[in-house]
Ligand binder design. Structure first.
Ligand code: AMP
Ligand code: GLY
Length: 421
């Protein structure tokens, strides 16, 4: 039987850990640090910080953990995989070198260029005045991205020159989007439907998952600032199998094989963020991990055993990966009021739901002195359900949310709207 350690503390890690617990091969699932909401599902929390690799390694050895699974990107870029492997421990996630596909937009663009992977045309700038003349020459709409990690918040899609120059100034002069590499990528605006194609990857072997669509903007009708993600659904009926196959052949495969050839071999979950343009699918970003909230809607559709799949991949065995084919799985994120800026905290978080077919995945929650869940900021929880079609799924979730008292919370009312014919 397997004992698994999951690193992370959000809704994504809740969904991953819960799926591991469903596995016939899995005896125990620990999450470091996890969150208080996960305990309700029998997940064991470990009070060790994500960046304390030494203590995590000690814990894994002491508890005889079979292997570790990493949820978020920051530990990957801090080299948690390299440290675990050096300590003789098994871990399913990319090395620091491979995680640069997410950590550095310019690194990702170089790989795409080298292997002819379709992506938006771009230029990298360190200098404000050079960037400014480029943007003026190219015109709008145009996309300005801060290099380095910014949790989805380092991207500005500018529809006016003023907006574009403002973003360049914030990023290159004021460094408003966080410390790190002081360079920006100025990118061609891609028009089309967005979708996320995630794959299980072990070196050269790639197993694509069912696709999902996230809703990055904070408000209805895709208005407002970019966030970590306000809701998602899977599959995405308006994206054809032909487009998915093309994305796999022309994007995912050459990148994975190219990384292997270039000594940055990728093991873990590779997330391709794509836009289906009139000229075929093109890349907007790669992530080196599951998406949040994509994991919460993709994993419930997996009908084979996640624990067995990862164990097989780590042991170079052929995994059995099967997906539910009917219906649609939809998840709505409930945030604290104020998200993505200053968030309200301390509100009681619902734990009792009227509809037994709705699953909660918790994220920004703590336990108060009475043992009740309270909001601790950011994205608080996600409600997920599977139904015959997107309209029924929406109705189930939004009816349930109407019945809950959600003072101090906020959520989008239109998750899945693009999937309605
Ligand atoms: P990223 O952090 O690169 O995923 O970007 C965040 C969001 O900005 C994406 O989910 C898209 O909605 C949007 N975006 C990023 N790059 C582009 C692009 N080149 N063209 C159009 N929209 C983009
Ligand atoms: N949902 C987008 C991400 O996880 O990056």
């Amino acid at each position: 039987m397997l004992k698994i350690l999951v690193i992370g503390s959000g809704g994504r890690e809740h969904a991953i850990a819960k799926k591991f617990l469903d596995s016939k091969k899995v005896e125990q699932v620990y999450v470091a640090k996890g969150n208080a909401g996960m305990k309700r599902d029998g997940i064991d929390l470990v009070d060790i910080a994500e960046n304390d690799h030494e203590s995590l390694i000690k814990f894994a050895k002491k508890k005889q953990i079979s292997w570790t699974f990493v949820g978020p990107e920051i530990p990957l870029l801090n080299g948690i995989v390299d440290d675990f492997i050096t300590a003789g421990l098994k871990i399913f996630a990319p090395s620091k070198a491979a995680a640069m596909i997410e950590g550095s937009k310019s690194f990702a663009k170089e790989i795409m260029n080298k292997y002819n992977v379709p992506t938006a045309k771009y230029q990298t700038f360190f200098d404000f005045s050079k960037a400014k003349s480029y943007v003026k020459r190219k015109g709008v709409p145009i996309v300005i991205k801060k290099d380095g990690l910014a949790a989805g918040k380092g991207v500005v899609v500018a529809f006016t020159i003023e907006e574009a120059l403002g973003a360049l100034s914030d990023m290159l002069k004021k460094n408003q989007f966080g410390e790190g590499v002081s360079c920006v990528v100025v990118e061609e605006f891609l028009e089309g439907e967005e979708f996320s194609l995630l794959s299980f990857v072990k070196d050269k072997k790639i197993y694509p998952m069912v696709i999902a669509q996230d809703h990055k903007q904070a408000y209805d009708n895709d208005k407002g600032p970019n966030t970590g993600g306000m809701g998602a659904y899977s599959p995405v009926p308006q994206i054809s199998q032909e487009v998915i196959d093309e994305a796999f052949e022309r994007i995912v495969k050459p990148v994975v094989i190219g990384m292997e050839q270039d000594s940055a071999s990728f093991t873990g979950i590779l997330y391709a963020g794509l836009i289906a343009t009139k000229k075929g699918p093109k890349v907007i970003e790669f992530n080196a991990r599951f998406g949040d909230p994509e994991a919460q809607v993709v994993l419930p559709r997996l009908t084979s055993d996640l624990g067995q799949i990862i164990d097989d991949l780590l042991n170079d065995k052929e995994p059995v990966i099967t997906w539910r084919e009917d219906g649609i799985t939809l998840g709505v994120v409930i945030t604290a009021q104020g998200y993505p800026q200053n968030c309200k905290k301390g509100m009681p978080v619902p734990t009792k739901f009227n509809d037994s077919k709705i699953t909660p995945y918790y994220a920004g929650v703590n336990c108060d002195e009475k043992g009740e869940l309270v909001a601790s900021g950011g994205r608080i929880f996600l409600l997920c359900t599977t139904a015959d079609n997107v309209k029924i799924a929406q109705k189930k979730i939004y009816d349930e949310l109407d019945k809950q008292s959600l003072d101090g919370f906020f959520y989008r009312k239109d998750i899945g709207y693009k999937a309605i014919e």
